[in-house]
Design a protein around this ligand. Structure first.
Ligand SMILES: Cc1cc2nc3c(=O)[nH]c(=O)nc-3n(C[C@H](O)[C@H](O)[C@H](O)COP(=O)(O)OP(=O)(O)OC[C@H]3O[C@@H](n4cnc5c(N)ncnc54)[C@H](O)[C@@H]3O)c2cc1C
Length: 305
């Protein structure tokens, strides 16, 4: 990717929104990861459509990043273009319908619903991702999930075309959707909520926040629960019963407060963090015969040795 490539790209996105060799540890919750060759911040839907077409024409790999709260980026960074939609963060409410752009935080969508006395997004009040990231993996907590309230999504497809899909078209199920398989970029989500009493909604959100703050090691960088719930078990309990809490490699450690979390305790590298994930998977498999499947995504390149 030479100067001419950047010059052509800057005809789509303003130059100040294109960063070369951008450190990605500033864009992830774990505060780890190498550099992106090119980091683009989009602020209009048309820019996203055109950047996808541009990447296709130039055969350049293309990666989407939300709030970086469910991904580990390896220490070698990401080749090609990394696209952020965080500036597309508008949220509008009309009656019981809430429309949020993909870069808005799902926490803010939940707060906006509260401020209009609308119920349905309380479960999301402590999930630190964007709306786009939440749809990607059908985020959920405390019995609620995106699938319960989403009616439609506006996406950009692999060819760079904008389309509107019904929620059912996204195959949302436990922590998955067909968004990655189809290569969709979520641009906007439309939720159908219910009128309710403000104080009742607030009480639920306060209770969930209290539960989260008392149980999760929010004082350290992490990517939340690293593993999915294995059928018939709880990942945290299996890890706890394997005596892994407090065990670590380098600066990464299995949290003493919540066994399902691996924290970046002291300037961990992504390699160390991933090694701890493997250590946990191996130990739980040896001890209980259960395979722990990762919820968090690992992307990017290994560092050059
Ligand atoms: C402390 C903590 C607590 C958490 N608690 C919960 C919880 O209770 N429940 C839960 O479900 N999750 C939880 N998470 C995980 C995480 O917040 C969610 O998975 C969130 O939905 C990820 O959103 P993100 O914007 O950070 O996505 P990222 O981590 O940036 O990206 C994750 C994936 O989504 C893709 N993606 C991002 N934006 C888009 C888009 N616009 N279109 C298409 N694909 C996109 C990315 O390419 C990537 O593959 C927690 C994380 C932390 C750190």
């Amino acid at each position: 990717m030479n100067d001419a490539f950047i010059r052509d790209l800057s005809e789509i996105v303003k130059t100040e929104n294109i960063k070369v060799n951008e450190p990605l540890n500033a864009h992830t919750y774990t505060q780890m990861g190498g550099n992106a060759d090119i980091f683009v911040t989009a602020s209009r839907y048309e820019e996203v459509e055109q950047v996808v077409k541009f990447a296709n024409e130039h055969n350049v790999p293309f990666t989407l990043i939300g709030n970086g709260s469910n991904m580990i980026i390896k220490d070698g960074g990401i080749r090609g273009i990394v696209l952020s939609l965080k500036r597309l963060d508008d949220i509008q409410v009309d009656g019981t319908r809430l429309v949020a752009q993909s870069g808005a935080r799902i926490i803010d969508a939940s707060r906006e619903a509260l401020s209009h006395s609308l119920s349905g997004l309380e479960f999301a009040c402590g999930i630190p991702g964007t709306v786009g990231g939440a749809l990607f993996m059908n985020a959920g907590a405390y019995g609620g999930e995106i699938k319960d309230v989403l009616t439609e999504a506006v996406v950009v497809d692999r060819e760079g075309n904008l389309k509107t899909l019904a929620a059912e078209d996204l195959d949302l199920s436990y922590r998955t959707s067909n968004i990655p398989d189809n290569g969709y970029i979520v641009m906007e989500a439309r939720f159908d909520l219910k009128e309710a009493n403000y104080d009742d909604i607030k009480a639920v959100m306060d209770d969930l926040t209290f539960k989260r703050e008392s149980k999760q090691p929010l004082e350290y960088p992490s990517c939340g629960s690293v593993f999915k719930r294995p059928p018939g078990y709880f990942a945290g309990k299996l890890i706890q019963d394997s005596d892994l809490q407090g065990k670590g490699i380098g600066g990464a450690e299995v949290s003493k407060k919540h066994a399902g979390f691996i924290i970046n305790k002291d300037h961990a590298t992504a390699t160390e963090y991933i090694d701890v994930i493997h250590m946990v998977q191996r130990t739980v498999k040896d001890k209980f015969g259960v395979e722990l499947e990762r919820e968090v995504k690992i992307i990017g390149e290994d560092p050059e040795s």
